[in-house]
Design a binder for this molecule. Structure first.
Ligand SMILES: Nc1nc2c(ncn2[C@@H]2O[C@H](COP(=O)(O)OP(=O)(O)OP(=O)(O)O)[C@@H](O)[C@H]2O)c(=O)[nH]1
Ligand SMILES: [Mg+2]
Length: 329
């Protein structure tokens, strides 16, 4: 990438990255292109962006002309992972999304409040994941697109209400998933059924654990369960265990945070790259910029994967959470 790009380019790029509609993406990409100085060194970059722009424009117009209704379950992944909350009615799904994200779904003690899925962004330490509120699972009908979304996401949170027949609730959700050939990942290899199943990473949130007084309820519930479940007791109302839950989600997503810094500059820890665990330096460089993957020669590393601060490492070096990397091209 040319080294002399103006700050306006990076500002526009920032807006482009966070844009959610094709129209906005087109707008900010055009803005980015407008800021690039026109000389030999930027030829490749300008050609790349032009290609991207024409693709985006095609997508934007075809969206407008298409009469076909787009399912509300077609939710683009944003942030470091896509996490869905499912469960029976009134367990507290919307309350969690409303308290932990920027979205504002309706919450009510009346059953069957939520009709459509609603995504919001939740902070975990210094990065964001997408948390999706959904309508309750019901006996009669589950939208096939709802099931498809469950098949696609990075993590499924099954929420149950500790005060409302939690064992039956959990069985009901597991049964509905299995009827649709979806099974929690922790059961892989343990199910008697021979039929094809798609395994999804799952946690079970036992909500409304509002105080220690409910410990006995919780213990009885656990005893009544047949087998091992990845349980997390929480109270969305009091905030009990929500921080721990975020750390468990972080762990389950199988990602790490890596900071890229320029030589002689302070590291900016508010903007980590969130990448898959086990990533090698060269692949990480490719995430910072497409050209860097091939051009990278070496890098200096600070953090837990370094033997000492500022260690020079090779392209194959495996990065760890919170490493700071100074790429040398
Ligand atoms: N005591 C207690 N009540 C809670 C807690 N979390 C949510 N609630 C209450 O439970 C009721 C249902 O909450 P919602 O968030 O609307 O439940 P939902 O799962 O989205 O329900 P549907 O949209 O019908 O599927 C509301 O009255 C909430 O205030 C909690 O941790 N403790
Ligand atoms: Mg709801």
């Amino acid at each position: 990438m040319p080294t002399n790009l103006p700050a306006d380019y990076f500002n526009a790029e920032e807006r482009f990255r966070s844009a959610t509609t094709p129209d906005d993406k087109v707008k900010y990409l055009e803005e980015m292109m407008g800021t690039i100085p026109k000389h030999k060194g930027t030829d490749h970059l300008r050609a790349d962006l032009r290609k991207k722009l024409s693709k985006l424009k095609t997508a934007a117009t075809s969206k407008k002309t298409s009469k076909k209704q787009i399912s509300p379950y077609h939710i683009n992944k944003e942030g470091a992972g896509q996490v869905i909350i499912i469960g029976s009615t009134n367990v507290g799904k919307s309350t969690l999304v409303s308290k932990q994200t920027n979205a504002d779904p309706e919450v009510s003690a009346v059953p069957f409040t939520t009709w459509n899925p609603m995504p919001g962004m939740m902070m975990i330490d210094n990065f964001q994941v997408q948390l999706i509120d959904t309508p309750p699972f019901s006996e009669e009908y589950i939208d096939p697109e709802f099931l498809n979304l469950i098949r696609r996401v990075d993590l499924v949170l099954i929420m149950i209400d500790l005060h409302a027949h939690p064992v039956e609730q959990l069985d009901f959700v597991y049964q509905k998933l299995q009827e649709n050939r979806i099974a929690p990942k922790h059961l892989e290899g343990k199910l008697k059924t021979e039929e094809f199943l798609l395994y999804v990473p799952t946690l079970v949130l036992v909500n409304k654990y509002d105080s220690e007084d409910y410990e006995e309820h919780y213990q009885i519930f656990k005893e009544l369960l047949d087998g091992d479940y990845p349980l997390v007791p929480i109270s969305v109302q009091t905030g009990h265990n929500l921080e721990a839950l975020k750390q468990i989600i972080f762990e389950k997503l199988g990602v790490i945070r890596v900071y890229s810094k320029a030589p002689g500059k302070e590291v900016d820890k508010s903007a980590p790259f969130v990448v898959e665990k086990g990533i090698q330096l060269a692949d990480f460089a490719g995430k910072v910029h497409k050209d860097f993957q091939d051009k990278l020669k070496t890098a200096k590393i600070w953090g837990s994967s370094a033997d000492f601060p500022g260690q020079m490492v090779s392209r194959e070096h495996m990065l760890e959470d919170e490493d700071i990397v100074e790429l040398q091209i």
